[in-house]
Design a protein around this ligand. Structure first.
Ligand SMILES: Nc1ncnc2c1ncn2[C@@H]1O[C@H](COP(=O)(O)OP(=O)(O)OP(=O)(O)O)[C@@H](O)[C@H]1O
Ligand SMILES: [Mg+2]
Length: 226
């Protein structure tokens, strides 16, 4: 069974939560970034502002993001983070989290900072939304200490072979549901809209927000995030 976002268990749980980590995984170009914006647009985080980590301010200003969106450069010193992120009032989007939380960079300043931030997310009533192509690329400690919600977009078979053991079954189930829904709702729902939430075990259609522009898909076009 599939549901619009507002009727999903995921929406219900997020609307009553004060903190959490939402991880959107899947192969490139299957709609992870669009899903993050669609979930925010659905009203799952009412009255919160949206922080786009390491997006450039110019990029955000040049595109039609809602006024509640702002760009943020991850600070050099983690102790400065609470000067730029507001407890209870922000949703922190780490798009392509590999740049700040890659498993191979687990000793880096940013990664340690983000881990620390995750650990105190509950204390500060914050939501983190991460996108990543494969959880093997993400430092696992990133989401061990918090309430984690996993949303799976389509993942190629080769990529599944590289997945962490605990994700292989969930992603395989996700792919089966995703393929079924794409074929069942062909011509009615865009194939890239579908996401399987393995935390709440449901299919959800994440439609593009009304203000979406295709360029929003490439926030790091022409630059490497610092
Ligand atoms: N629900 C949807 N309906 C229509 N088009 C969509 C939908 N979701 C995504 N797209 C389109 O698919 C393309 C890829 O989407 P998106 O940038 O969200 O993918 P991604 O998984 O974040 O890719 P990457 O890993 O490269 O960052 C974009 O051109 C976007 O406009
Ligand atoms: Mg993306």
């Amino acid at each position: 069974m599939s549901k619009p976002i507002q009727e999903s268990e995921l929406f219900r749980r997020l609307s009553t939560a004060k903190h959490g980590v939402i991880v959107v995984i899947g192969t490139g170009q299957w709609g992870k970034t669009a899903t993050v914006h669609s979930l925010i647009q659905s009203g799952a985080f009412p009255d919160r502002n949206v922080v786009l980590v390491n997006y450039s301010k110019t990029f955000v200003a040049q595109h039609s993001y809602p006024d509640s969106y702002r760009a943020l450069t991850w600070p050099e010193d983690i102790s400065e983070i609470m000067e730029v992120i507001r407890p209870s009032r922000d949703v922190v989007v780490v798009d392509d989290a590999i740049f700040v939380a890659g498993a191979r960079d687990s000793g880096t300043r940013e990664n340690k900072g983000l881990q620390k931030m995750m650990t105190i997310a509950s204390h500060n009533e914050l939501f983190f939304l991460l996108t990543i192509q494969n959880t093997s690329m993400l430092d696992i400690s990133m989401f061990q200490s918090q309430d984690v919600y996993m949303i799976h977009k389509h993942m190629d078979l080769v990529a599944i072979q590289n997945e962490r053991d605990n994700q292989v079954i969930a992603q395989t189930i996700a792919n089966i549901y995703l393929e079924r829904h794409m074929s069942k709702y062909k011509g009615k729902v865009h194939p890239k809209s579908w996401g399987y939430c393995s935390t709440t075990k449901e299919m959800i259609a994440f439609d593009l927000p009304p203000w979406w522009e295709p360029a929003m898909s490439k926030p790091f076009y022409g630059r490497v995030p610092v």
